[in-house]
Write a protein that binds this ligand. Structure first.
Ligand SMILES: Cc1cc2nc3c(=O)[nH]c(=O)nc-3n(C[C@H](O)[C@H](O)[C@H](O)COP(=O)(O)OP(=O)(O)OC[C@H]3O[C@@H](n4cnc5c(N)ncnc54)[C@H](O)[C@@H]3O)c2cc1C
Length: 450
């Protein structure tokens, strides 16, 4: 509970507004993507610039409030909301400035992919980002970033070349290859552990149209298409990114959605022909269309479902794993959500692994059990389904899970494994330098040394 004098002090110290319980916008502003997370912050500070962020950080620490940082509100762990604490909400900081000559974009800390793509596509430019427009650009980039252009241009964090952040001590720090390079290394995968990023700068690439859309398979076609997908890990073309989602049809039989994004010259690419001619293909909407259309293929509602996600990076997709996934998707006898399979061939492997903190570049695929449901009566069963499905994937795991999809209950060993022990130790040293008191701990936390 925020006393009136404290609230007045916080309001006076910010240019942006502050929401508390009872304010008209409070109920909507406290929501995050995952309805399983239902928290009531003491205050939500709508920061408008780095000074506001510094003032909110200072206020929160002086008054002993737990602090959460909110970008797009999409993290499935619900890290952006905190009961009785202070939310530093960046949703008023969504400006994206593009320099078409230099092919770079400067994105404020609260911009979403909708904001980013609209600004960059106005100049026919892109950076590889997330596949859902309402996801935060910075939140996604700080955890890696896998999407429709991963094979072509690498992970989102591989394209992050500079950032400005406000540390918990209120210092404004810049991280580039020349200035605080260790911090830039840590921001590429290490999440929101070191400060609140107010500006993130990305390399852009010319691209306006792609060959993409949805391919849907049923019956025997599901296994066949998964086997085609597996071939990507050894010789997947760099101009073709692919992700697939295993779900169920009305009779709770397995169904597979494959979403390719091809950026080569060909309007009917050879690389896609086996997928388009495979038996069991029941729907094919693949065509030459704008990149913005591709970015609308997955468009879930915000704050509608309850979610629990858990997965592993794997080297390949052997038949035994495919069989297990088919068994798991029907195990509940009702639609459990989906199993997402993202290929990591191409771009992520072209980048020097030493340039970023994350440790899963060598993986073939990211395989994630994504339980989603609406009835609270299904909470326990759905969470158990995701955990058991992840356990079935684990024998093929080549590193920890994907930080961007982790729930809040992941043990520290899983976070460490996502980086590897050496990188984790370096991240802990960075944390000790920039956030020694672990003020920013509502994230996939890297505790300071000691
Ligand atoms: C529907 C949906 C689609 C998704 N699609 C993809 C995808 O295609 N590819 C992919 O890789 N991931 C994807 N994700 C995962 C997503 O990238 C992560 O959950 C990410 O953390 C979301 O960032 P956010 O800002 O939206 O979330 P928030 O919940 O607002 O923030 C999550 C955490 O990120 C940190 N953070 C956010 N902004 C800042 C900042 N400016 N400074 C410092 N720290 C910050 C904070 O620690 C915060 O707690 C998706 C998630 C959802 C729910």
């Amino acid at each position: 509970m925020l006393m009136a004098d404290s609230l007045g002090e916080l309001r006076d110290s910010l240019t942006g507004d502050v929401l508390v319980e009872g304010d008209r916008e409070y109920e909507r502003a406290r929501l995050c993507f995952n309805l399983l997370v239902d928290r009531r912050p003491a205050a939500i500070a709508h920061c408008v610039d780095a000074n506001d962020v510094a003032a909110a950080l200072s206020f929160g620490q002086a008054r002993g409030f737990e602090i959460a940082v909110r970008g797009g509100g999409h993290n499935p762990a619900g890290h952006c909301a905190v009961d009785d604490g202070l939310v530093i909400d960046l949703s008023r900081m969504r400006d994206v400035r593009v320099d078409p000559e230099k092919q770079v974009a400067v994105s404020q800390g609260g911009a979403t992919w909708l904001d980013f793509d609209a600004a960059t596509q106005a100049h026919g430019l892109v950076t590889p980002g997330g596949v859902v427009g309402s996801t935060g650009v910075t939140g996604l980039a700080l955890g890696g970033g896998i999407g429709h252009l991963t094979a072509q241009y690498g992970l989102t964090c591989d394209n992050l070349f500079a950032a400005e952040l406000v540390t918990p001590a209120g210092e404004i720090v810049r991280a580039t290859a020349d200035e605080n390079p260790e911090l830039l290394w840590g921001l590429r995968g290490g999440g929101g552990n070191f400060g609140v990023v107010t500006q993130a700068e990305f390399q852009l690439h010319p691209l306006e149209r792609v060959v993409g859309g949805r391919l849907e398979y049923e019956g025997e076609g599901v296994v066949q298409a998964l086997r085609l997908l597996r071939a990507l890990s050894s010789d997947g073309p760099r101009e073709l990114s692919i992700q697939a989602q295993l779900t169920t049809d009305e009779s709770v039989a397995p169904k597979l959605l494959v979403v390719p994004c091809y950026t080569g010259e060909d309007e009917d690419p050879d690389a896609l022909r086996p997928f388009r001619l495979a038996p069991g293909l029941v729907s094919d909407s693949v065509r030459h269309h704008s990149f913005l259309e591709q970015q609308r293929i997955f468009d879930p509602g915000y704050g509608v479902d309850r979610n629990y996600w858990k997965g592993h990076f794997v080297g390949e997709l052997p038949d035994e794993l495919i069989d297990d996934l088919l068994g798991r998707i029907t195990a509940l006898g009702r639609p459990p959500g989906g199993i997402l399979i993202e290929s990591l061939h191409g771009g992520p492997k072209d980048v020097d692994p030493a340039s970023a903190a994350l440790g899963y570049r060598h993986a073939g695929f990211n395989v994630s059990a994504m339980a989603s449901w609406t009835d609270p009566a299904h909470d326990e069963e759905s969470i158990a389904w995701a955990r058991e499905t992840a356990a079935a994937i684990e024998p093929w795991s080549v590193s920890g899970g994907y930080a961007n999809y982790m729930q809040a209950d992941e043990p520290i060993e899983r976070v460490r494994a996502a980086f590897g022990p050496d990188a984790f130790a370096r991240l802990q040293a960075l944390k000790s330098r920039y956030d020694p008191n672990n003020v920013l701990h509502r994230n996939q936390n890297i505790p300071p040394t000691g």
